[in-house]
Design a protein around this ligand. Structure first.
Ligand code: UD1
Ligand code: CA
Length: 467
């Protein structure tokens, strides 16, 4: 029967986060590649709660835009008068609701689903009005402390700023995660006052109110305090980033991915990597990047939203964004693949090659010093060293189309819009301005002049003129 009871969520994300010293609201600072508040929100949503109210204030519009999940009831807290006041802003969203409410902070990102489930279960089996998550910390500085009476039962809470010297010695802290019966919660909140050192309406003050009413108030301690750590400063954000990164790296190590140097490997939470792939040092895999099986990334790669198939070799120092690379391709070293680039199977992209909106067919090679922009290339074509697609005339961008088995000689410029048919040969150092039919050779006539002995004469002439 208890399972049937309804569960709603309130996520507090309205604070500016003064301690961040930032123009950007705290909950919008990225952690593991996504805004801070989306971490706890995503975890809470796995419990299928309804309604889900998110309290936003500073940066409300940006917060809404950063979110793309299932329906959320956004509530704006115009003035940040404290966590208790923030929860009250969600009251209307719970008008016809009589179940339990899970309250989370947008700045406590690593909270685990299992912990939330355990809290709800504990709360229900104890028939509590309120259950708080607590943790015992080595250095509890900055957190609200849990007060207990001689029998060990919770007797109240005190914020760091309001606490006595003695109370600050207490190492058990309020994790800022609560389960409360909705009826109790909103009734109790109307009794919360702001007569404290910060002049705020504190949510944890409902502990004392509940106790005075003889309600059952429960606590549950987390095993690993790292999951309840809040982000209040940039130092904590950096620490959290490291903690999160370590857990993501560990997940991929367990899943059969080799990380040559986990300390310098940065993988966003949303990234997927196939088995037996080997990731070298100084690599960043960001956004929706997917890496196939048996891929090799040598190192210093910076990949954003890249779709990499199986058996791809990304050599040292490659930057890629919004690209697709099919199986067996080799990219780099020192290559830059910009958005819209699609490399077919077994394509080779070599050093100092830049591609943008470039589609290369199977087996095609561009191995040296080349710019490929707004171009579609067929299969088994070879783009010689120093080839440039001239896609821009200073006003507009133009497309190039290059067929199958084309040989483009070194140092050629292809002036778009242009089409080279299949099996075309472009002689080295050609400037090609017109469409070339399949099977044709194209070359530019240039007179070759030789002046024997010229260098010696020149040096003689210049003698004494150098500084
Ligand atoms: C809060 C708790 C503290 C606990 C700690 C755990 C209170 C008074 N204190 O302190 O006991 O140990 O969390 O991390 O609750 N927020 C709003 N509107 C406001 C104020 C805050 O939405 O008016 C949001 C913030 O955006 C943040 C969360 O509530 O996501 C917590 O606020 P914060 O100011 O960080 O509280 P702490 O001082 O960390
Ligand atoms: Ca906090």
């Amino acid at each position: 029967m208890e399972q049937m009871q309804k569960l709603g969520v309130i996520l507090l994300a309205a604070g500016q986060g003064t301690r961040m010293q930032s123009a950007l609201p705290k909950v919008l600072h990225p952690l593991g590649g996504k805004p801070l508040f989306l971490h706890a929100l995503g975890t809470a949503q796995r419990l299928n709660p309804k309604p889900v109210a998110v309290i936003i204030g500073h940066g409300a519009e940006a917060a809404r835009q950063a979110y793309s999940g299932t329906e959320v009831d956004w509530r704006v807290q115009e003035q940040q008068l404290g966590t208790g006041h923030a929860v009250l802003c969600a009251k209307a969203a719970f008008a016809d609701f009589s179940g339990d409410v899970l309250i989370l902070s947008g700045d406590v990102p690593l909270i685990r689903e299992a912990t939330l489930t355990a809290m709800v279960e504990h709360h229900r089996s104890a028939r509590a009005a309120l259950t708080l998550l607590t943790a015992s910390l080595e250095s509890p500085k900055g957190y609200g402390r849990i007060l207990r009476s001689a029998d060990g039962k919770i007797s109240g809470t005190v914020e760091e700023k309001d606490g006595s010297e003695e109370q600050r010695q207490i190492r058990e802290v309020n994790a800022g995660v609560y389960v409360a019966s909705a009826t109790f919660l909103f009734a109790a909140l109307s009794g919360v006052k702001n007569n404290n050192r910060q002049g705020e309406y504190y949510l944890p003050d409902i502990v004392a109110i509940g106790l005075a009413q003889g309600k059952v108030i429960e606590t549950l301690q987390v095993d690993d305090p790292r999951e309840m750590m809040g982000v209040n400063t940039r130092e904590e954000l950096a620490f959290m980033e490291k903690t999160l990164r370590e857990s993501i790296n560990k997940k991929w190590l367990m899943a059969g991915v080799t990380l040559k140097d986990p300390d310098t490997t940065y993988i966003d939470g949303s990234v997927i990597i196939g088995k037996d792939s080997v990731i070298g040092p100084n690599t960043q895999l960001r956004g929706s990047t997917v890496i196939g099986e048996r891929c090799q990334i040598d190192g210093s790669a910076f990949l954003t939203d890249a779709a990499i198939a199986d058996d791809v070799h990304i050599r040292f120092s490659v930057v890629m964004a919004s690209c697709r690379v099919e199986h067996g391709a080799i990219v780099g070293p020192f290559a830059h693949l910009r958005p819209g680039t699609v490399l077919g199977p077994n394509v080779h992209i070599g050093n100092f090659v830049e591609a943008k909106e470039a589609k290369l067919g199977a087996g095609t090679k561009a191995n040296h010093l080349t710019y490929l922009g707004d171009v579609t290339i067929g299969r088994d074509t070879n783009i010689g060293a120093g080839t440039i697609t001239c896609n821009y005339d200073g006003f507009q961008k133009y497309q190039s189309k290059i067929g199958d088995r084309v040989q483009v000689g070194s140092d050629s410029t292809l002036v778009a819009p242009i089409t080279l048919g299949d099996d075309v040969y472009v002689a080295r150092a050609s400037t090609v301005r017109h469409d070339i039919p399949a099977g044709a050779l194209v070359f530019n006539q240039r007179e070759e002049k030789v002046r024997e002995g010229w260098t010696e004469q020149k040096r003689e002439q210049m003698k004494g003129k150098q500084k």
